[in-house]
Design a protein around this ligand. Structure first.
Ligand code: APR
Length: 234
């Protein structure tokens, strides 16, 4: 089976009712990144961060995967698919994708606030809130398992290896502005076809890149049709 690597950003979850960050009315329009998404913000005001992600986690329960998440999951019958997502929601998993690598953490998990990269402190909390006084197994205050700005992205190496070994790369719903995630495109082998799906695509043209300027819910199925067409004509 051909190895298809799918790199997703907040845009794939917009049609599920989850705001993106940098589009109009995006999350960063209403909150300052430095207040709710940086390592130093956690030490400055942990309660604000707990409240911010508790609200996001509660809201996630009522959101559903959309056609884009489902289409990717369904195609596991035809391709060896690995999803690399910048998103912290669980919509890929709930759509049925079996291999999902989260670069920026998972909203339904919590971790140590002493060492947020210590996987042995990760705990599944579902849609439940984290309260001041809740403890990780290392005795520190429990915090959301979200990779904040100023923190390392431990899964970037396995993600780069997945892209290096991909036969096809699909990039959906990301403004390609946050590194190291945005740099993953550079790991694709030179002849690998890349399908870029975004209604307002911001990507520099390159020979093997096909841009589908549509929302994910229609653009992903269109990309799979184009991949099949290319296979038939190969
Ligand atoms: N379908 C596909 N793409 C869409 C849709 C849609 N229906 N609606 C919006 N988009 C696109 C926007 O045009 C934009 O290019 O999704 C992209 C979202 O970009 P961002 O809001 O910057 O989200 P993302 O690229 O995932 O941000 C990366 O930044 O704030 C941090 O950690 C956070 O993981 C996040 C990272």
């Amino acid at each position: 089976m051909e190895k298809l690597v799918v790199l997703t950003g907040a845009g794939i979850s917009v049609e599920s009712g989850i705001k993106a960050f940098r589009s109009e009315d995006g999350l960063w329009e209403n909150y300052r990144v430095e207040d709710v998404a940086t390592h130093s913000a956690w030490y400055r005001n942990p309660q604000l961060i707990l409240d911010f992600y508790n609200t996001m986690r509660t809201n996630l329960q009522s959101k559903q995967p959309n056609r884009a998440h489902i289409s990717i999951a369904e195609r596991e019958l035809e391709y060896d698919i690995s999803v690399i997502t910048q998103n912290v929601d669980n919509l890929h998993e709930r759509a049925g994708s079996s291999k999902v690598l989260h670069l920026h953490g998972e909203l339904t998990k919590a971790c140590s606030s002493r060492d947020e990269s210590d996987v042995s402190t990760f705990v599944e909390i579902g849609y439940n809130p984290i309260k001041m006084g809740d403890k990780a197994n290392d005795g520190s205050q429990l915090r959301p398992q979200i990779v904040f700005f100023e923190e390392a992205v431990p899964n970037i190496e396995p993600a780069a290896r997945l892209v290096q070994n991909a036969d096809i790369l699909m990039i959906i719903g990301t403004s390609m502005q946050v590194y190291p995630a945005a740099g993953l495109i550079r790991y694709a082998k030179p002849n690998v076809p890349i399908y870029f799906i975004d209604p307002q695509p911001r990507v520099s043209p390159q020979p093997n890149l096909t841009v589908i300027a549509e929302p994910a819910s229609t653009g992903v199925d269109k990309a799979f049709e184009m991949i099949e067409e290319a296979r038939m004509n190969a």
